[in-house]
Ligand binder design. Structure first.
Ligand code: NAP
Length: 421
């Protein structure tokens, strides 16, 4: 039997504190930083929990044996990434009575139901603060601080790479490809940035946050997402003129007896609490009637930052704090919700164009809040902010606009939050 007792409390260890034996799966960016931090902070962990941590085994592709590490450890830290074989190892560790700490968003976003189920059945803790926004304690805040609160919405910037790219594009006026290349040089973007720039990484994090906030099963495949690949310097220049800033937002919100969980680029009014979050930072807002609004922000990635959140989870387990994630309900997830949009049209410069476009929008019950006309001849454009309408209705209007002979290129649209909701 593991010396970290089944419910996650500190075991009876007889005379004096026995070390807690930690098995580490993965020693990459985060795993290596965690091993160092564990060593450096071992005395602090002892002072806080009465147990001194000791790294007893490490698994990588070239070293270690999972079965041996599991046998010799009291607690498993999974920092391998991916779903296979992480899923099998995490499940086996919990079934063997070991609490698990992981930073693996993909694992929880895709196999959360199964793994939380095993944690409950086995009476062990599964902790995962670092899986969302690294060191920012958003999981802890939702799971513990707001355990019984009525949460209406959780939303924010949960991907630092895309926030860095959008901030740089806005500041320099450079195009997406140039800024992405610079982000790769600086180490803010991976050699293959697809997961980040497509919104898929943010979608996995939002699946986890939605599950926690609304106590309902949510998997990655149910989260709709849109990335930043087609954002142009033009969009950002117009946004600046309109006093808006552009962020990739993850939004999980309650809509009556259902929820909606989505990721999309979005213009924000300048006084919005997320508007000043620049560079590779993350920020998450939690809203509910009893507490109004809480915003947490900080570095959302990095080996040491992520490792420090992992160590925080280890300490919580040793200290015997035991939040249990359980689904209390099974809320439907809506695909079609009302949103406001910015619409950018490159139009033919001839009389009656504005009237034709207004008619198409009107026919689809989409109404215009504000419109700016710019340029002449081959540079004529209309930039509009529209009133909130169902996204399906807006999509039909855009389809109809694209069929008109009046446009010189496809219509571009981006979500917009113009005012405090
Ligand atoms: N990096 C960040 O800033 C950050 C932030 C938040 C969360 N996370 C999460 O933290 C986790 C680790 O990320 P990372 O950046 O540290 O990854 P990484 O640098 O790629 O390291 C992965 C480690 O896992 C090992 N590994 C991978 N597959 C394995 C397998 N099949 N069998 C045995 N060992 C295997 C690798 O072994 P080798 O050394 O032999 O290749 C390596 O040591 C991921 O879930 C990631 O999403 C990372």
């Amino acid at each position: 039997m593991s010396e970290v007792a089944a419910a996650g409390t500190v075991a009876d260890v007889g005379d004096g504190p026995k070390p807690v034996r930690i098995g580490l799966l993965g020693r990459g960016n985060v795993g290596a930083a965690f091993a160092e931090l564990l060593d450096a902070r071992a005395e602090a962990v002892l002072a806080a929990t009465g147990r001194k941590p000791e790294l007893v085994g490490v698994l990588t592709r070239s070293e270690g044996d999972f079965a041996e590490i599991l046998e010799g450890s009291d607690l498993i830290v999974e920092l391998m990434g991916g779903t296979d074989p992480a899923r099998e190892y995490v499940a086996a560790a919990m079934r063997a009575g070991r609490p698990v700490v992981t930073a693996n968003k993909q694992l929880l976003a895709q196999h959360g139901d199964e793994l939380f189920g095993i944690a409950r059945e086995s009476g062990v803790q599964l902790r995962f603060e670092a899986a969302v926004a690294a060191v920012i304690p958003v999981v802890r805040t939702i799971q513990e601080g707001f355990a019984t609160a009525d949460i209406e919405r959780v939303y924010g910037i949960v991907n630092g790479t895309t926030n860095f790219i959008l901030s740089e594009m806005a500041a320099s006026g450079a195009g997406y490809d140039d800024v992405l290349a610079r982000a790769q040089e600086l180490g803010y973007a991976e050699a293959d940035p697809t997961d980040d720039v497509s919104g898929a990484d943010a979608a996995a994090k939002m699946a986890i946050l939605a599950r926690l906030a609304f106590h309902t099963p949510v998997t990655l495949s149910e989260v709709s997402y849109e990335g930043i690949e087609s954002i142009t310097p033009d969009d950002l220049a117009f946004a600046k003129e309109l006093g808006l800033s552009l962020k990739l937002l993850g939004v999980a919100e309650r809509r009556g007896e259902a929820i909606s969980v989505r990721v999309f680029p979005c213009f924000l009014y300048s006084a919005h609490p997320l508007a000043p979050i620049e560079g590779a930072f993350n920020a998450v807002m939690i809203q509910g009637p009893a507490f109004n609004e809480v915003t947490l922000s900080g570095p959302g990635a990095g080996g040491l930052q992520t490792a420090s959140a992992v160590l925080g989870d280890v300490v919580s387990i040793l200290a015997g704090e035991a939040p249990v994630h359980e689904t209390r309900t099974d809320l439907p997830i809506l695909a079609d919700v009302p949103s406001s949009f910015y619409l950018h049209l490159e139009v033919a410069d001839r009389p009656g164009v504005l009237a034709t476009i207004a008619t198409v929008l009107g026919d689809n019950q989409v109404s215009v809040k504000s419109v700016v006309q710019r340029g002449i001849g081959d540079d004529a454009r209309l930039v509009m902010v529209l009133h909130e309408c169902l996204e399906s209705r807006f999509a039909r209007a855009v389809e109809a606009l694209n069929e008109l002979g009046e446009l010189r290129g496809p219509a571009r649209s981006i979500h917009v939050i113009e005012e405090r909701s």
